[in-house]
Ligand binder design. Sequence first.
Ligand SMILES: Nc1nc2c(ncn2[C@@H]2O[C@H](COP(=O)(O)OP(=O)(O)OP(=O)(O)O)[C@@H](O)[C@H]2O)c(=O)[nH]1
Ligand SMILES: [Mg+2]
Length: 226
Amino acid sequence: MTATRTIEIHEAVLDKNRAIAEQNRALLATSNALAINLMSSPGSGKTSLLERTLTELSEAISIGVIVGDLATDNDGRRLGGRNAQVIQITTGDICHLDASMVGTALASFDPVPNLVFIENVGNMVCPAAFDLGERVRVALLSVTEGEDKPLKYPTLFRTADAVIVTKLDIAEVCEFDAEAARANIVATAPNAVTFWLSVRTGAGMEAWYQWLRDHVGERTAHGDAI
Ligand SMILES: Nc1nc2c(ncn2[C@@H]2O[C@H](COP(=O)(O)OP(=O)(O)OP(=O)(O)O)[C@@H](O)[C@H]2O)c(=O)[nH]1
Ligand SMILES: [Mg+2]
């Protein structure tokens, strides 16, 4: 009895979240904005990736960032000082962003940027279950985490449109087995495009930028193309 009630509550939460996510998606579509949900374990390099991406792309593309953490506005402050609107959400003890939090943040953009990054709370489990109204999901995997993570956290990778393998500059010292990682990514997320990069050295960043430019361009030209 107790177990059944728990499942019902969980589903009700997800149903309510899905309805708000659809409102977010409609607002983003009306604004011709592409929203990308970045998810990974803590410390994989989400904010670092965004810092460099904002520095190098925000003159050409109007960009906003919604960044979620349990506590502190550290990431929001790190992302500030560039040509981008940045909104920090602190979730208290909630280990993921939900559509309502993102809806509130979207409402405070003025105007809604063409490209909205949502840096989710560092966590490989819960964020994957919550639709935020995004069009694109990106999962990060840093070389320090081990090649097996796509197999151990399949939902995150299975629902990702792109996988970014980060911190390639330290792959060797971590004895990271790139071929094993590639096989595990393909096994879990066969249709995801994969980027291999280092924010530290800049290696591989251009392919990521081109993918962003292409997607933002499609969205601006065709509305709901992605
Ligand atoms: N060597 C190396 N270190 C990196 C790279 N990218 C990020 N880091 C380091 O990894 C650490 C964590 O990076 P963050 O960008 O804060 O990671 P995050 O995913 O935003 O972390 P949370 O928001 O806490 O989940 C920092 O010390 C970064 O300097 C990289 O390409 N190479
Ligand atoms: Mg961060």
